[in-house]
Design a protein around this ligand. Structure first.
Ligand SMILES: [Zn+2]
Length: 298
């Protein structure tokens, strides 16, 4: 029961940090540290939710989670209805999360494989990217172990040399930093509850932060203005939208506008002094959540 209480406290810490991140303005000025907090708080919340259910449900066995689960078929009659319900909910939650994440990875991998095959047939390599002979201006990255940076003939006509270089640097940043893996768990959670406005907002926030990380890397190499003007041209051409499983230069309209504004008028928002404290607090919450799998329940 004590461990179940710790799990609830850890989940509460993660939830408070998430609300803080959703309401904060500093995240746009410092997207990378913000993403670290999002990943830590997301993992803590999921682990703590599972841990709270198992911590309460299996407490009468006074053993670790794994030995207790192995004992469950022969000792389930020792649990009362509430403990049994908590164990069942924990098992269902784990199965739901794991199966959904596997299905997400599988569907995304299939979509990317189909796209890579298509690119082999229609695209020509040029200047470190694959060029598709299509009039619509698009640029995107198909991430993975063997990423592809794709740019259309329309985009090459639309952009100047320096703008195109900035766009390609942005896409390379997505590929090199594996932003697809940062997004994957959150997108999987959204797929579980597609009608949840809160999850949609969280995913949208994290997608925007990922774009800003790639923007920052491209801007360091080629300057802020070439990337901002390239985004503006894509936006004016209505070139928004992302192939399934890819990371495009210009995604959602609102994000593109925010990114252009951020590149042209960066807000001098100070880095929050409490960031190390929050990381430490989340670290303790995360270790507390994970401890349920190592310590005997009590
Ligand atoms: Zn991007």
């Amino acid at each position: 029961m004590i461990l179940a209480g710790h799990q609830i406290a850890a989940a509460a810490v993660a939830a408070v940090v998430m609300v803080w991140l959703l309401r904060s303005r500093w995240t746009h000025a410092h997207p990378r540290p913000a993403l670290v907090l999002w990943q830590m708080s997301g993992l803590t919340l999921v682990l703590a939710s599972v841990g709270a259910l198992f911590g309460f449900g299996l407490a009468p066995f006074r053993r670790g989670v794994f030995p207790s689960l192995l004992d469950l078929p022969s000792r389930w009659h020792e649990l009362d209805l509430w403990h049994l319900a908590a164990v069942a909910a924990g098992l269902l939650l784990v199965a739901w999360l794991v199966v959904n994440q596997i299905l997400c990875f599988r569907d995304t991998a299939r979509a990317r494989a189909r796209h890579r095959l298509l690119l082999q047939l229609v695209a020509q390599p040029n200047s470190g990217a694959l060029v598709v002979d299509h009039p619509v201006a698009v640029a995107y990255c198909v991430p993975g172990r063997h990423p592809r940076i794709v740019v259309s003939a329309g985009a090459r006509r639309l952009l100047s040399k320096v703008e195109l270089d900035a766009v390609l640097a942005h896409e390379r940043a997505h590929a090199r930093e594996r932003h697809d893996l940062v997004l994957a768990p959150f997108q999987a959670l959204r797929r579980l509850v597609p009608s949840s406005r809160l999850l949609t907002r969280v995913c949208s926030t994290i997608e925007l932060l990922v774009e800003m990380c790639a923007d920052d890397r491209a801007a360091r190499q080629h300057g802020r203005e070439p990337l901002a003007s390239a985004l503006e041209r894509f936006h004016a051409n209505g070139a928004t939208g992302t192939p399934t499983g890819a990371l495009a230069i210009a995604g959602a309209d609102a994000h593109v506008v925010a990114r252009i504004r951020r590149l042209r008028q960066p807000e001098p928002t100070a880095f929050p002094l409490v960031w190390p404290l929050v990381v430490g607090l989340l670290g303790v919450a995360l270790v507390t959540s994970a401890s349920i799998f190592a310590l005997p329940l009590q």
